[in-house]
Design a protein around this ligand. Sequence first.
Ligand SMILES: NC(=O)c1ccc[n+]([C@@H]2O[C@H](COP(=O)([O-])OP(=O)(O)OC[C@H]3O[C@@H](n4cnc5c(N)ncnc54)[C@H](O)[C@@H]3O)[C@@H](O)[C@H]2O)c1
Length: 393
Amino acid sequence: MGLDKHSCIGVIGTGTMGTGIAQVAATAGHQVLVYDKDNEALLRAKHSLVKVFNRLIEKGKYTQGEVDTIMHRIQWVDGLGRYETCDMVVEAIIEDVEIKQQVFKQLESVTHDNCVLASNTSSLSIASIANVLKRKHRMIGLHFFNPAPVMPLVEIVPALVTDDSVTESVKSLMDHWNKKPVVAKDTPGFIVNRVARPFYGEAIKMLEEGVADIPTIDWAMKEIGGFRMGPFELMDLIGNDVNFTVTETVWTQLFYDPRYRPSITQKRLKEAGWYGRKSGRGFYDYSEDATAPEPNKDKKLGAKIVDRIVVMLINEAIDAAFLKIATEKDIDLAMTKGVNYPKGLLKWGDELGASHVLDALNKLHREFNDDRYRPSALLQRKVREDEQLFDFI
Ligand SMILES: NC(=O)c1ccc[n+]([C@@H]2O[C@H](COP(=O)([O-])OP(=O)(O)OC[C@H]3O[C@@H](n4cnc5c(N)ncnc54)[C@H](O)[C@@H]3O)[C@@H](O)[C@H]2O)c1
């Protein structure tokens, strides 16, 4: 049985992500059941949705009648027992494999045989969560981006054990939700959280080396690179605790590949509680009387900064294609729709020229004698055979 607009959707966990996912599902016309183990969190979610919809009414996006209809589709329930009618359940609880396994085991015992069991995990393998289930083939990763109602990208992550028909029906459901679904292999960081690592890591590395200071690197990436936010501004927004943990998780899960090695600088920020905006201090000072530091708007220096980060990002994108983590089309879509990059990285590589990307990486590799800069085998092959980065199968 496939999923369609009549399917009943369950959401578990009403934190940042679960609340947004429930909003998206109800807006797409589904009956939605929502549960959180913490009753306060459930109430907070209900109030925050009312606020969100009131703002949307003020902006003229919905009428009060439409919002009432959407809100009536959501049932706030006090246990998983009610999930027997669900055709798909999206779990968005704490990032802990054992707790997630327990919840899915319980879900499996109440849901019908065809119910799709989806996890919004950012960093756990879908195979490890599915492992405790009897009907493993119904389990899939469904990775939304924050805020879920705004960000169009959804990474669909079938595990080795997932049935192809489940992947297909979740994909068509995401089309119905007006999302941009991409399919990613069940590997650390999926597409976005893997490919984006150098955006942060290479910026910090340049800071450590004294190539430029924080405001200059941010200025260059925005003004010359065309990114919406600079790396340091973005790390402060995400939180240096969260961003460091994602990097460390990807690095350890990829068996300590130096390409993903975290930095001591960010680790110290985390240890000091300099998380960023939420703590009032991160790479920048957010106190009321702080003055914003001035960038050095040297265009030549700016171009050098952008080129170094962008060639590293392109190398990640082409390596993800090489390892069949996703198709080249989905890799470019993921970075533009999930993290708002100004261009798809493979297309960007073609604009710069694959041989320029390779030369720049080889130069860094020689200079630092660090495997962090090793070029992807596919990039080398493309240059050898004079092929575009984007036009392969
Ligand atoms: N925050 C993000 O930017 C983001 C983006 C993509 C994916 N994710 C992933 O989404 C998931 C949720 O993240 P979040 O940021 O919304 O977390 P959150 O801390 O904001 O919310 C988690 C909620 O789950 C509830 N919960 C915990 N254990 C539960 C259980 N056993 N049963 C029912 N409810 C339970 C908590 O009470 C809490 O309300 C995580 O797996 C995270 O990795 C987060």
